[in-house]
Design a protein around this ligand. Sequence first.
Ligand code: HPA
Length: 302
Amino acid sequence: MTETNKPTDLYSKAQSAADYIRNKTPLLPSLGIILGSGLGNFANHVKSATRIPYADIPHFPQSTVQGHSGHLVLGTIAGVPVAVMQGRVHAYEGYEMAQVTFPTRVLGLLGCKTLIVTNAAGGIRTTLQQGSIVVISDHINLTGTNAALGPNEPRFSMIPGAGQRFFDMSTAYSLRLRTLAIEEAARQEFLLTEGVYLAVLGPSFETPAEIRAFRTLGADLVGMSTVHEVIVARHMGLEILGLSLVTNMAAGIPSYGQETADTIDHEEVMETGRRVETQFTSLLTALIPQITMEQLVAGKKS
Ligand code: HPA
């Protein structure tokens, strides 16, 4: 067992990271956002922002990938206090699962009750297109590991009943939040469909044979992130919305209207992010106050 894998150790490290952040700003975020490849610019829309480089936060892992800037941005979006991760780390960079999910643990300790996870993904379902935004309805974890491995740490419970050794994943992607997202997109006059996200370890993109296999398994999207953050967030009891941006069609899948499939490169992933930025930003900006408003009303009722 490594240092960060010991549960008590992990908890105290996450506490010291959270304490450091609390000393930088009095803002108490109720919602955390993790921005995927090409989507980092959303953090520039945060108002009254405090930007903290990951390098300054105790025990925070640092991204080595182009397009992941590595800042935690605290401030408000449409009046809602948020903590936005501009960039994340991945297992393929050589990080252990406890490190990959460390920032998610810290967001929970900072008081976030909701987590919006975003990512760049390859489109497996043939009706998807480069630039489509998809609401994640469920996931398939094919990374061969699980972020909740190791002794359980019940103090990572952020709502009553969470922090258990075994925890439910059947409602990991909140139906309430999925519905809000789809309804808001309809209001903004674009079609938001749902899809199953399959996670691989990477960093190689998949082979066409793998993608055919994944389609048979029921996957609509493929990517190299998200599932571990979602597992850890569910362990803590957070409510989750997952959004994928289809930056390319997956290996072997031709783009709509084409006969043959293209090869895939990281620059394409970044370029698609830039192209869809306005739509992504207006969807999130409109959604965030709706998410927390409903929570306040529910909280008052209970
Ligand atoms: N495969 C895996 N991860 C990805 C892809 C892909 O095609 N596109 C963006 N992230």
